[in-house]
Design a protein around this ligand. Structure first.
Ligand code: RIB
Length: 303
């Protein structure tokens, strides 16, 4: 039996404030929404929940504020089995994400970092936690100094780092040097490389900076590329999307678990795509994420 992997996540925890609407407003326009929900989110917390529900032991490093959202996010993480001992509570507001979801399931998001902005360095406890993990998941919703400190700690201890470069921004070369697997979506890959509409070429270009790349292609699946092997493309299940928020985080958390368990690249991508496909059929970010049994069942249906 595969031992349960330990995944550490350093990243954001946001309360998502979500308006569901037929069509997102254009600049200067006001539209009437259908429904409003608050739901736990934040790319870091989402990836932590995805990995925990997929079967890993997961620890979250980050910060929430002293408001009610902070308390709610901590308990939502714990409810999904995520260890929050290294999730600090800092004076001030918790991060929020202001999201509009249209009838096609697509979204537009404004993030106000709040407590996430304080994650600029590691504590000795954070470093010990990273050292004990099989993999470290990183994204860019906390300050890049904090992300870099965590990636360097992982490198010192021989822990695999998986970086989701979202929201897209310039990546310091030192961060790429400490990244093992870069996991952009196609828009982030284009922003990083300047190569538009050609994910294979974008992946090849990124391989000059990191040893492994996975580009997620939404409903078209995902592409894996590494320096010494042929690229692998895996299709995604065709499903009706009601809310794509957190789909990339579902993919990242699930992929990390599969790879840490020693799954083949094809199996890991299939499993992660299946998890993401399940998540887009339900509203909310981490609330929509599937548990291991559901992922296994969905992946078993994929030809
Ligand atoms: O990746 C999805 C997440 O991005 C949302 O949960 C929201 O918090 C934003 O940060």
């Amino acid at each position: 039996m595969t031992p349960t992997p330990h995944i550490a996540v350093l990243g954001s925890a946001n309360m998502d404030l979500v308006a569901y609407v037929a069509k997102a407003p254009r600049r200067g326009e006001t539209v009437t929404g259908r429904e409003f929900r608050t739901a736990p989110g934040g790319k870091g917390a989402n990836q932590a929940v995805a990995a925990a529900r997929a079967g890993a032991t997961v620890s979250m490093i980050g910060a929430v504020g002293t408001d009610a959202y902070g308390t709610q996010l901590r308990s939502a993480l714990e409810h999904s089995g995520v260890d929050t001992d290294m999730l600090r509570t800092v004076e001030g507001p918790t991060g929020t994400a202001h999201i509009v979801v249209g009838d096609d399931g697509g979204n537009a998001i404004v993030v106000v970092p709040g407590a996430n902005g304080t994650v600029t360095a590691l504590t000795p406890g954070d470093e010990g936690l990273i050292a004990s993990a099989d993999a470290l998941l990183l994204q860019l919703e906390v300050p890049v100094e904090g992300v870099l400190a965590a990636a360097r700690a992982a490198r010192r201890h021989g822990v695999r780092t998986v970086l989701t470069p979202a929201p897209a921004q310039h990546l310091p070369p030192e961060l790429l040097d400490a990244t093992d697997l870069l996991l952009p979506n196609e828009h982030e890959a284009a922003a990083l490389t300047g190569i538009i509409d050609d994910p294979s070429a974008a992946a090849r270009s990124l391989l000059s900076q990191v040893p492994e790349v996975v580009i997620t292609l939404g409903s078209r699946g995902s592409l894996y590329a590494a320096r010494d092997t042929e690229p692998v493309t895996v299709a995604a299940p065709r499903v009706p999307a009601v809310d794509t928020t957190g789909a990339g985080d579902t993919f990242a958390g699930t992929l990390a678990v599969a790879l840490a368990e020693g799954a083949s690249v094809v199996k890991a991508l299939t499993w992660a795509s299946s998890a993401a496909a399940l998540s887009v059929q339900r509203p909310g970010a981490s609330a929509s994420m599937p548990y291991r049994k559901e992922i296994d069942d969905e992946a078993g249906r994929t030809p």
